[in-house]
Write a protein that binds this ligand. Structure first.
Ligand code: ZN
Length: 504
């Protein structure tokens, strides 16, 4: 069989798999937005049928045969060509999908479904002991999963690869350690600083309908298209790229706080722009039409949320508009005071409520603990003690309840070990990409002052979005910025910003 034919057949197969996956995507979106509660059992059956069909189709030996033919062809000669990337990444996913024995997959699904329920109870009652046997079980299964995948170095690498393809602990641990040290110093400076933002400015009455109007206008200015996208309301905001021409985001509104929905919309629209910028029209189903990694995805959302949405340049243009819309709550407020309020830093217990400066410390702590658990250096029974000790060390806060400590996240009960680092990687990548964008477009901040966000969007599309998984994350960062992953751009950006706001 000719390589050209094999490639076409593989492309057709991947396209059909993606069509099935997008059906699951629509059902998943509906489940989280409009489905009546009574539909839960039917929805679970629909989704599990689809996921079984997808798995069967993808692990068909025919896919392996096509890949072998292609791997022996000229198509893989230039490793950076889109064809070579598609063959490489499909092989990677195929091997992973075929390596897990069926009984292990089923046991993981069953255990994590139960563990999530037990976690909810344990968190509600602040009862770690109740959750501990479940954490033991999940951990054992995660280690079995890592063993089934196989890995170089430590088991963590096998799980990290599920979310950040090709990344290894060795690559990131050194950057994380440097980041942690610098963040602790920065937080100390902020804590001892003379100035304090007045956060009450953003904690007044903000009419939900007006928030929606304002949020949509900001998303539109970012380039988020309402022709090919939607914005709906959910308790847990998310973005889903269903396929060509259909990307959806959600947010939640708090009538007493401006930040939640506004920065939530910018965050999700940032994810949405990535999905809209992928080459889905031509390559739907192929890895080059999919995001490079969760970390790269998160870099897009965090850049729009923080580097853009929490910059003074952005608000020079948008603040007068916000003042016109939220007449009562923002009248008489200065731009500087508003800017300080949206950038307030306060160490707190809960990750999802954390500000830009403390957020990464929450992640690093989790990364360190799950890595130690997977290595066998930390027993689940000792997690609360170790959590609290490190929390005091990093944040200067005493953890008084496990519900606000090691029981706060769903991830471990759901079997998502190896996921947390992608949040911190997203922040690191976002700062590194943004520094590069500023170098390429020296007047970028003055463009923001005029309300022009389209050039940044175009830059992201050209440099990041259109490639999909053509380059894995580490290579993409090197290619775009000319540097390997580093903690420095993020620290430089935060130091400059918070120095001005806090006057240290
Ligand atoms: Zn995100």
């Amino acid at each position: 069989m000719s390589a050209k034919k094999a490639y076409e057949e593989l492309k057709q197969c991947c396209r059909e798999i993606s069509l099935l996956a997008s059906c699951a995507g629509v059902l998943g979106w509906d489940e989280r937005t409009y489905m009546p509660r009574g539909g839960a059992n039917l929805r679970a059956d629909q989704l599990s049928l689809l996921s079984g069909m997808i798995h069967e189709k993808f692990t068909d030996p025919r896919v392996g045969e096509l890949l072998s033919t292609l791997e022996a062809s000229d198509l893989v000669k230039d490793e950076d060509s889109p064809e070579a990337a598609n063959i490489r990444e499909t092989r990677h996913q195929f091997d992973k999908a075929t390596k897990l024995p069926k009984d292990l997959v089923e046991e993981i699904t069953k255990t994590t479904t139960l563990a999530q329920g037990e976690w909810v109870t344990a968190r509600k009652n602040n009862d770690f002991k109740h959750f501990q046997p479940w954490l033991d079980k999940v951990l054992t299964l995660q280690i079995r999963k890592a063993d089934a995948y196989g890995y170089v170095g430590e088991p963590y690498n096998a799980l990290l690869d599920n979310y950040e393809v090709g990344a290894t602990v060795d690559e990131i641990v050194d950057v994380f350690e440097k980041l942690r040290k610098e963040l602790v110093v920065l937080l100390k400076k902020i804590k001892d600083a003379p100035k304090r933002p007045d956060v009450s400015i953003v904690e007044r009455d903000y009419d939900v309908n007006l928030q929606k109007v304002f949020g949509e206008s900001v998303a539109q200015a970012m380039g988020y298209s309402f022709e090919t996208g939607r914005l709906d309301t959910t308790t847990h905001p998310f973005c889903t790229g269903l396929g060509p021409g259909d990307t959806r985001i959600t947010t939640r509104y708090n009538p007493k706080r401006l930040n939640d929905a506004l920065f939530g919309i910018m965050h999700e629209a940032g994810h949405g722009l990535y999905e809209m910028g992928l080459n889905k029209e031509e390559d739907f189903g192929m890895p080059t039409a999919e995001s490079a990694s969760l970390g790269i995805h998160e870099s897009q959302s965090r850049m729009w949320e923080n580097q853009v949405g929490r910059s003074k340049a952005f608000w020079k243009y948008f603040f007068p508009q916000a003042q016109r819309i939220f007449k009562e709550s923002l009248s008489g407020v200065s731009l500087d005071d508003f800017y300080a309020a949206i950038n307030n830093v306060t160490p707190s217990y809960i990750r999802v409520e954390a500000d830009e400066a403390t957020y990464n410390l929450h992640i690093l702590l989790r990364f360190e603990l799950e890595r130690a658990m997977l290595k066998g250096d930390l027993k689940p029974a000792d997690v609360p003690g170790e959590w609290n000790r490190r929390f005091k060390d990093y944040f200067g806060l005493e953890v008084k309840s496990d519900a606000d400590g090691c029981l706060q996240d769903v991830h471990w009960s759901a079997g998502y070990m190896g996921y947390f680092p992608t949040y911190a990687l997203g922040n690191l990548y976002s700062a590194q990409f943004f520094a590069r964008a500023q170098k390429d477009m020296p007047d970028l901040m003055s463009q923001f002052e005029q309300g022009t966000l389209s050039n940044l969007r175009q830059w992201l599309k050209e440099n990041i979005h259109q490639h999909g998984t053509r380059y894995r994350a580490a290579k993409l960062v090197q290619k775009v910025t000319g540097q390997p992953l580093s903690h420095q751009p993020l620290i430089d950006y935060m130091t400059a910003k918070f120095q001005e706001i806090y006057g240290f």
